[in-house]
Design a protein around this ligand. Structure first.
Ligand SMILES: [Zn+2]
Length: 399
């Protein structure tokens, strides 16, 4: 029943294993079997795809995206027709299609305007168009701060233990898959210094306690050491950005010991310091240059400490997420370590045990690329190299 045989593939299993020539059998939307040899003749009626010369690997998992932050479209010029709010829904659908087309089949949305990630997740579940598996935090829980005036509906302001507990419950009531907090301020906000902790220890502890009791994970936006320390020590599951961690090796050791994940988001520092510098005030650009250096130092320090690393693009346009993988490799990860971070590593950070790997029982979210991503990871961001995308074992028609 809906079985498919993928033969003669070079297989990267997402866990660090590479097989030169293998046959992978899919059944019921999952991987049924991986055999390290060329297959015998397939049985009658069994679909077969010969992948000679190609690489089969798990579809990519991105642990840090913003599905709607209104940055993908070019800015409105004076005199241009005002854009209706509804246009943003088409923009969302377009992003979802681009992600699928590039083999990014799981994304964790860590903050969108106007609950757009929740709406897009529902539309995809209703099969209204192609799209990846979406995990969303609904709104980000933030202390009352200048960032609330800028990020408006992306945030849920909350102060004090009782209020953050209620805010946590509100997000879960909305259908959040996990909870996101602003442990420090955001680097782009002029009125903010991202160095000190922004939430009190008691507030972070309360969110973690509340979410974990209900079986949900917590992600913390953490730039400076103060908020990063509180987040790690209070048991936050994923540290977003975490650029200051190279200054506190004891926290990296603690993360490795407890299985907490770093999502380095190198691309966002490139955005503010160079790629999109014209959109930011000079002080933010200069700060981002310093932060970019710190982020790269933390990447290698985390690798040395044995901390799990997950790919998180935190940039745009969506679909070009593998650029973050390239940057992690340029920053010192081996291509295999980069691929693990973009597949099983990110999936583990999200709590998805059957995603991001090619082994029996794993969800058959798969990517076929021309060439060898270990020799040249660039192939993962070249649309011409993406040969085939399988979502739960079925060929994606959006390609
Ligand atoms: Zn972000």
């Amino acid at each position: 029943m809906d079985e498919l045989l993928l033969t003669n593939a070079r297989v990267l299993d997402g866990l660090g294993g590479a097989i030169d020539r293998a046959t992978v059998r899919l059944a019921g939307g999952r991987v049924a079997e991986v055999s390290p040899e060329a297959s015998a003749a397939p049985g009658p009626g069994l679909g077969t795809i010969d992948l000679s010369g190609k690489t089969l690997m798990p579809a990519l998992v991105d642990a840090h995206v913003h599905l709607s932050s209104y940055e993908a479209l070019p800015p409105l010029l004076r005199g241009e027709e005002p854009r209706a709010d509804a246009v943003h829904y088409f923009e969302l659908a377009n992003s979802a299609r681009n992600l699928v087309r590039m083999g990014i089949l799981t994304v964790r949305d860590v903050g969108s305007m106007d609950d757009h990630a929740l709406h897009l997740r529902q539309a995809i579940r209703l099969d209204l168009g192609p799209g990846p598996r979406i995990l969303t935090c609904a709104r980000i829980i933030s202390a009352t701060s200048p960032g609330c005036r800028i990020f408006t509906t992306m945030y849920r302001p909350a102060d004090g233990a009782d209020e953050v507990r209620k805010a946590t419950r509100e997000q879960l009531a909305m259908g959040a898959d996990f909870v996101k907090i602003m442990a420090t301020g955001a680097r782009s906000v002029v009125l903010k210094d991202p160095e000190p902790a922004q939430l009190a220890r008691e507030e972070v502890r309360t969110v973690v306690e509340e979410a974990h009791r209900l079986g949900k994970r917590v992600a913390a936006h953490a730039e400076g050491s103060g908020g990063t320390r509180i987040s790690v020590e209070e048991g936050v599951d994923t540290i977003e950005h975490g650029l200051s961690l190279h200054r506190t090796p004891e926290l990296l050791d603690l993360m490795a010991e407890r299985g907490q994940t770093l999502v380095p988001t190198l691309s966002t520092f490139h955005d503010v310091s160079e790629d999109h510098a014209e959109k930011y005030p000079c002080t933010r650009v200069e700060q981002a240059k310093r932060q970019r250096e710190e982020a790269y130092k933390t990447l290698t320090a985390a690798r040395e400490a044995g901390v799990r690393i997950a790919m998180g693009f935190d940039s745009y346009p969506l679909g070009e997420n593998a650029r973050e993988l390239m940057r992690m490799v340029a920053g010192g990860l081996t291509p295999m370590q980069g691929i693990i971070a973009a597949t099983s590593g990110a999936a583990a950070a999200l709590g998805l045990e059957n995603v991001g790997k090619i082994q029996a029982a794993a969800v058959a979210d798969l990517l076929v690329v021309d060439g060898d991503p270990l020799a040249d990871p660039c192939v993962l961001q070249d649309p011409n190299s993406i040969n085939l995308v399988l979502q739960a074992g079925s060929t994606v028609s959006a390609v």
